[in-house]
Design a protein around this ligand. Structure first.
Ligand SMILES: *Cc1c(COP(=O)(O)O)cnc(C)c1O
Length: 218
């Protein structure tokens, strides 16, 4: 698996550069949900030191087996799951409501977070409405959390359909002076990079198709 992942990673870096991205300012987050722990190890062997998971249980299971990886929580999160994974998560990417922020602040004081913004209107994707991002960011800061930036999912459909959504994320982040913009996945990373992504979350293009059916954002 390591060799395949290393080859896939080179290809992703080429895609980022071809889209006008600078590899020094666009990070690649391997998304290992739906893949065995060997995927985490392969990504680690290829030089990636972070990994993203969408489900608390799955994150926990893998985190207990591999140390030396900085975990990102990228899925919709219920407050009652925060406690279990707080010891492992280094970046909470899906903070979309103050109650969740409060629980993260309680279990992991001073944690780094991203505010997830819903720029597509699709309720199942989670995220707070764009007009509430500023207030939620302030609320997180008041709780002692370190808001690094914003995270968003593009609309389902053609990659080009993501462009307006990602542009909006960029504008919102710039307006709030936030440096990190987590946007772009295997299918729409070029558009995301062109619109200013600093962190692309890549599953399929690195590890192949997932075994189970994992709805995006869950
Ligand atoms: C599954 C998932 C990804 C990775 O998706 P791919 O299309 O496999 O690259 C990225 N972000 C989130 C939030 C996800 O749930």
């Amino acid at each position: 698996m390591s060799d395949q992942v290393a080859v896939a990673l080179r290809r992703i870096r080429e895609r980022i550069e071809a889209a006008g991205g600078d590899l020094g300012s666009v990070r690649i987050l391997p998304v290992t949900k739906g893949h065995p722990v060997s995927a985490v190890r392969a990504a680690r062997a290829a030089g990636l030191r972070e990994a993203g998971e969408s489900y608390a249980q799955e994150l926990l299971a893998k985190a207990e087996e591999v140390d030396d990886v900085r975990w990102h929580m990228i899925g919709r999160l219920q407050s009652n799951k925060v406690r279990q994974i707080a010891g492992f998560v280094r970046l909470w990417q899906t903070i979309d409501r103050l109650s969740l922020a409060g629980e993260v602040a309680r279990r992991s004081p001073g944690a780094q977070v991203l505010v997830q913004v819903n720029v597509t209107g699709a309720a199942q994707q989670g995220g707070c409405p764009p007009e509430r991002v500023a207030a939620l960011t302030e609320g997180c800061t008041d709780l002692g959390l370190e808001v690094r930036g914003l995270m968003a999912l593009g609309p389902v459909g053609s990659p080009e359909a993501s462009r307006a959504a990602f542009r909006r994320v960029r504008e919102l982040a710039d307006g709030l002076g936030l440096p990190e913009r987590s946007m772009g996945m295997s299918g729409d990373l070029e558009v995301a990079v062109a619109e200013g992504s600093t962190l692309v979350r890549i599953g399929t293009a690195l590890f192949g198709p997932r075994a189970g059916v994992s709805a995006v954002g869950n």
